[in-house]
Design a protein around this ligand. Structure first.
Ligand SMILES: Cc1cc2nc3c(=O)[nH]c(=O)nc-3n(C[C@H](O)[C@H](O)[C@H](O)COP(=O)(O)O)c2cc1C
Length: 171
């Protein structure tokens, strides 16, 4: 099973990246830091069609499983990821040929948070998958603070779940 890590944080080497490095040992070939790509906000006129979004999607489509790695910012995914997902609208309009290839791709979410894991955080990802015919594998969430013993204990459980959920290969 081929896996791409799609990483988006306001800092490329912060707490979310530390979680990804510890759990998944990313290589240069399967790790995509959204900070390295010029992805502008969705444009109804598609004047941004030549930025880095479409070439990035073409590369990602060569992988079976997409692992979204994001910090929680204000109860939601990072801005880098929101920009990325907004541009999926291009795949339903000017590049339907690519959009059709999303069907059957698997999506897994790794989140890091520093206060409390937000209610309904996963819902957006589940609904995106339902809408596009992608298969949602679930999420794991990691506490990056130091004060909450219950959350710190939970990190080890979550780490085990990453391995289990990513080993799901059946269609
Ligand atoms: C702008 C901003 C908003 C945040 N909002 C939340 C939040 O809503 N809930 C939470 O638990 N932590 C929140 N945090 C804490 C981060 O989720 C946490 O520190 C995370 O591990 C940071 O990862 P990073 O180093 O990749 O940015 C926020 C941090 C920032 C900078």
């Amino acid at each position: 099973m081929s896996q791409a890590i799609i990483f988006g944080s306001s800092r490329s080497f912060g707490k979310t990246r530390a979680v990804v490095d510890a759990l998944l040992s990313p290589s240069n070939t399967n790790f995509f830091d959204l900070n390295a790509y010029a992805i502008s906000p969705f444009d109804y006129d598609h004047a941004n069609r030549d930025d880095d979004f479409i070439p990035l999607i073409e590369k990602l489509l060569t992988f079976d499983t997409w692992i979204i790695a994001t910090p929680v910012y204000w109860y939601n995914m990072s801005t880098q990821h929101k920009l990325f997902f907004d541009r999926f609208s291009d795949l339903l309009t000017i590049r339907k040929d690519l959009g059709r290839q999303l069907k059957g791709k698997k999506l897994f979410v790794i989140a890091s948070f520093g206060d409390s894991y937000p209610q309904g955080f996963e819902d957006t990802f589940k609904q995106i998958c339902d809408y596009l015919g992608m298969r949602y594998l679930g999420s794991c969430f990691f506490y990056s603070g130091s004060a909450n013993q219950e959350y710190l204990t939970n990190n080890a459980t979550q780490a085990r779940l990453v391995g289990e959920r990513l080993s799901i290969t059946t269609p």
